[in-house]
Structure formats: C-alpha cells, structure tokens
Design a protein around this ligand. Structure first.
Ligand code: SAM
Ligand code: SF4
Ligand code: SF4
Length: 404
C-alpha cells in the first residue's frame, strides 16, 4: 500500500497518511486491516482468502469483536480498514462500526458494495465513514464472470453513485492480472468520471483461489507502463487522482526515478519513505483475520505471528517491528540494492516464495522487482540513475534517492 500522490505531494490520502506516521512515531499501530468475516456472497476467481459462504469455525464472537475495538482504541490505533470476506454480511457489522466511531477511530470499509443501499449509505456516513473501498475488475461482462454472480458490476456502479451522492469518498480497487490488463486505463477513466478519489491497483497475490496462478500476473514491462501512466497523470494539473499501489513496492523507487528524470522535486516523498518503506510490513501496520490471528499484512493469511486472544496489540506491534530491523536479502540486500531502505521488497511474496510449508523467509528477495528484467539483469542502472538525480538536485547520489 503506497499512496503515490500523498507520498510525493499532497493528495486525498494525506490526512490518513499523516495520522499513520504520527502513530508509528509514537509506537502505536499505524494502520490495521481487520477481516471481520471470511464469509462472502461472491466467489471471485482470484480471491486470496478463498472466501465463500462459510465462516471460520473459530471466528471471534460478537463480544470479542467489540472488546477488540476497545483494545484498538487503547493501543492508539488511528485508522481501521474493516474488510472481509464481505464485512457487511457479518450480523454485528453495524455494532462494530458504531463502536469504532464512538472510540474516534477512523473507519474505512472494504466491501464488494452489493449490500450498499440509499439507507445504509446514510448510516455509514453517520458512523464516520469517509471512505468506502470497493472492487472493479473491468467491463460488465468481465467483472460478473470474475465474481461469478451476474449483476455485480451494475451493483458496484450504482453503489459508487449512491456513495458519492452522500459525499462519501470512494476508492476503486482492482487486482491487476493478464485478464483485466486490457481494461485498466478505461477503468481509471471510469473512476475519474464517477468522482472516485483513489484508484488502488494491486499485484496478484497467488494464494487462496489464485494459488499457483503465477502466469496470471502481469509482466514487469506492463507494471512499468502503468507507472509511467501514473507519473504522467500526476503531472497533469487537471488530474487529482490519488493512486495507491499494493504488493509491488519496487514501483515506488521506479516512480521516484521517473519524477527525477522529469525534474520533479521528490525530497518530500523520500523523507516520508525514510520513515515508512514502501512495503508496510513491520512499519506499525498489521492485519487481523476473523479468527483473531495477527498477520504482518492482509495478504499473509498463513503467515501469522500470534492471536489477538492471547497477545496484546502493543506486543504485536513490537513483534512485527522486529521484522523491519532485519535487512532484506538477495537482490534486495542493502549491499546490492541502493533502494532497499525505501522499498524493502514485498515481504509477503518473499515469505510465500521461500515456502510456507518450510516456515518461509520474509527477508529473502522479492522476485517481482520491476527494476529487474531477470535476476542479475537490471533495466535501470541504479548507480547511474542515482548519480544523474544527484547532479540534478545538487546532492550526493545516495542522498537523492535513498536518504542515507
Ligand atoms: C478480500 S477483498 C475483501 C473486501 C470485499 N469483499 C471486496 O472484494 O472488495 C479485498 C480486496 O482484495 C482483493 N484481492 C482478492 N484476492 C486477491 C489476490 N489474489 N491478489 C490481490 N488482491 C486480491 C480484492 O480484489 C479486493 O479488492
Ligand atoms: S475478493 Fe472480496 S468479494 Fe470477492 S470473493 Fe473475495 S472477499 Fe468476496
Ligand atoms: S531489489 Fe528489492 S529492495 Fe531493491 S527496488 Fe527491487 S524490490 Fe525493492
């Protein structure tokens, strides 16, 4: 998760980013993603949670969910992303939301929007919801085929309009694959036309119903094309779109390089990245699943570090922070990659690739780095890029990009 505009300039996510940074500095959780249920009314073909009609047998009870909200509050958590499965299917969804609001925690709801109506849009607003994050995958035909429920595309589009009419901000999210790559630029245009504030693009995580589907991931060239588009769009004075990029942190140094090539001052972004690397693992960020398991990231459903039933949120933050203290390895190691301090590589992909069944090594290299064509073969000469950037900014190369 990296909000590109708010990172380098000022954007729709600046307020929540500032809150997250302050929380991290204070040793509090900076952001928390909470899958309150695994149950879902859709059956998306790519779902990393393999969500369906079932709930987990050891799901947190209603009482435990309310206690957990209170514990988040006591631990100084500024924002919570209430997700699922489909969170609005959980019978005590509104009770949870009301408690979050009463505690002063800022809620964002991550929902497939099939249950958003006029009435409950107002109820969401009354409970302090400023942002709803919902998913769009392409054309009507493609979206409905992927979610395996006809009519879903129309429900999402109707909900987006309802939410905007209630002045609730909308984040449109897509997991990008070779299947919906042909629609990505049209989806961004739809988002702009519908008054969507943030467009989130996530690399495919090959777990759950996507397990083993490596061939569905778009290429590094396509990621670079997408980043080039984002850079152009962010330099267009008429565009205010906030872009959020998930599970592929190397896009951030790539974008920084492109801004530098265009003579754009990236010092604010680099300063922020020196506090928060592009991969959020160990940065105060955490995810909690519907059974209370604590995870370094929402995509690491099988890489858990404890359970909220027997671990405090404060201890979980400390435990997760220790992950950030160990250097990344291989092509992401500090002696190999000048960008490791601001990027770190995706720790979940590293963990998954080294074999969940063997315990996983979250510090191993991120094979999906878009700065490389293949192992050992760089598209971008990092040293030269740093030197050119340094000359342009009148600073030492390392200072310009890495801040060290
Ligand atoms: C698990 S869903 C939960 C919230 C809600 N049900 C929804 O679909 O928006 C959260 C987000 O994860 C994304 N997602 C699901 N499987 C994924 C995968 N394998 N890789 C990347 N993102 C994925 C979905 O597209 C969705 O935007
Ligand atoms: S991606 Fe969301 S809507 Fe789709 S099956 Fe998974 S939890 Fe349900
Ligand atoms: S090599 Fe690793 S740390 Fe360096 S930019 Fe690529 S993914 Fe990030």
């Amino acid at each position: 998760m990296a909000h590109v505009r708010s990172l380098f300039f000022t954007g729709a996510a600046s307020e929540s980013e500032a809150k997250a940074q302050a929380a991290k500095k204070a040793g509090h959780p900076s952001s928390l993603i909470w899958n309150i249920t695994n149950r879902c009314n859709l059956k998306c073909s790519h779902c990393y949670m393999a969500a369906d009609a079932h709930i987990l047998p050891d799901q947190l009870s209603d009482e435990e969910t309310i206690q957990l909200v209170d514990r988040m509050h006591e631990a100084g958590c500024p924002v919570v992303f209430i997700s699922g499965g489909e969170p609005m299917l959980r019978p005590n969804f509104w009770e949870i939301l009301e408690r979050v609001h009463e505690c002063g925690i800022k809620p964002t709801i991550s929902t497939n929007c099939t249950l958003v109506t006029e009435d409950n849009a107002q109820r969401l607003k009354d409970n302090g919801v400023k942002w709803i994050a919902t998913s769009l995958y392409g054309t009507r035909e493609y979206h409905d085929e992927l979610t395996r429920v006809p009519g879903t595309y129309d429900k999402v589009m109707a909900a987006v309009r309802t939410l905007r009419a209630h002045d609730i901000g909308v984040v449109l999210k897509t997991a990008i694959t070779v299947g919906n790559w042909p629609f990505i630029f049209d989806m961004i245009q739809i988002a702009k036309d519908e008054g969507v504030g943030i467009f989130y693009i996530c690399d495919l995580i090959t777990s759950g119903r996507s397990e083993g589907e490596e061939a569905l991931r778009i290429t590094k060239e396509q990621w670079r094309e997408l980043c080039d588009f984002i850079v152009d769009d962010m330099l267009d004075p008429d565009s205010h779109m906030e872009y959020d990029i998930g599970a592929i942190p190397s896009t951030i140094p790539y974008i920084a390089e492109k801004f530098i090539e265009r003579g754009v001052d990236v010092s604010k972004g680099l300063e922020r990245l020196s506090l928060f690397s592009a991969c959020p693992v160990g940065q105060g960020h955490m995810a909690i699943n519907s059974a209370g398991d604590i995870m370094p990231c929402q995509f690491s459903q099988e890489w858990t570090v404890g359970n909220i039933r027997d671990m405090s949120i404060e201890d979980a933050v400390k435990l997760l922070r220790a992950l950030d203290e160990q250097p990344s390895e291989g092509q992401c190691a500090p002696e190999v990659c000048a960008y490791t301090h601001i990027c770190r590589g995706c720790r979940v992909k590293a963990w998954m690739r080294t074999g969940a069944e063997n315990g996983g090594n979250p510090h191993s290299e991120d094979f999906s780095c878009i700065l490389n064509k293949a192992e050992g073969e760089r598209d971008v000469d990092l040293a030269a890029a740093g030197a050119a950037a340094g000359a342009a900014a009148g600073a030492a190369p390392c200072k310009t990009i890495c801040g060290h």
